[in-house]
Design a protein around this ligand. Structure first.
Ligand code: SF4
Length: 254
């Protein structure tokens, strides 16, 4: 449909990565140095007309095969920043057009990325609205590190306080909303400092156990990390200390 999907949220593993992609925004808020998926665009939400046009084209493209899908990816890198109105419009129009249905008592799934800023500024009204949609929604946020020096070294223009606030908000949203699950990504890599690992382990260790173990943490190796397998002991060490589920997220640029 004229847009490149460079990466899918890690939560799409729940549907074997079988999602229908619908672009509701382009670009992102930050242009982090470590990122291998960013586009050059500044953030811009798509119009309703553009989204409705994509839905019609996607329906034609998938044809009869659309029956095999029950999950939607709202792209691209920060769909949450598009705001409640556009998210609601895209989800309801797509859900109806693609005829998504509950299957074996499970709702269709919807996936999107959010950024620290779009997540922190999203108010309860937006989450109330998403929770009422006919989807179980995963929102994946790139937190990367809670260590200020690490955030500066990867050129992520957010403070460690904001990362801590977003982490705590993730836990609150997961507790409050039945049909929303917020997950988070952090970086691992041989070149990252002991302070990064200590602060990350401390943050996870202090997290309360979430109901139904909602709120997975994904650890993503930096793209230049040599011998990613050698990071596995580090991964197990962090996983052992975390009451939240922890997984590896290998970003394969699509
Ligand atoms: S990590 Fe996210 S916010 Fe940063 S450049 Fe990549 S897509 Fe943009």
């Amino acid at each position: 449909m004229g847009e490149r999907i460079s990466v899918l949220p890690p939560d799409t593993r729940h549907v074997d990565y079988d999602v229908i992609p619908l672009m509701i925004a382009d670009g992102c808020l930050y242009h982090c140095k470590f990122c291998c998926v960013q586009s050059a665009d500044r953030f811009q939400a798509r119009s309703r007309t553009n989204i409705a046009g994509q839905i019609q084209e996607l329906k034609r493209f998938f044809g009869q095969n659309i029956k095999n899908y029950n999950a939607l990816f709202l792209g691209n890198h920060d769909a949450l920043q598009a705001g409640g109105e556009i998210i609601h419009f895209a989800a309801t129009e797509a859900g109806t057009a693609f005829d998504f249905k509950e299957s074996h008592g499970k709702k269709p799934m919807m996936f999107l990325f959010g950024s620290v800023d779009s997540f922190l500024k999203s108010e309860n009204d937006l989450f109330d609205e998403i929770d009422r949609l006919p989807f179980y929604t995963y929102i994946n946020i790139g937190l990367e590190s809670i260590d200020a020096a690490t955030l500066a070294s990867i050129h992520k223009p957010i403070s460690s306080d904001k990362v801590g606030n977003a982490f705590r908000k993730m836990i609150d949203i997961n507790r409050l909303y039945k049909h929303i699950e917020v997950t988070a990504n952090f970086l691992i890599g041989a070149e990252l400092s002991p302070d990064h690992y200590e602060s990350l382990t401390e943050l996870l260790r202090s997290a309360p156990v979430a109901p139904r173990r909602k709120g997975a943490i994904y650890l993503s190796p930096l793209k230049d990390s040599p011998r990613k397998r050698e990071l596995l002991p580090r991964f197990y060490e962090i996983k052992k200390q975390s009451p939240l589920p922890v997984h590896v997220y290998l970003i394969q640029r699509l």
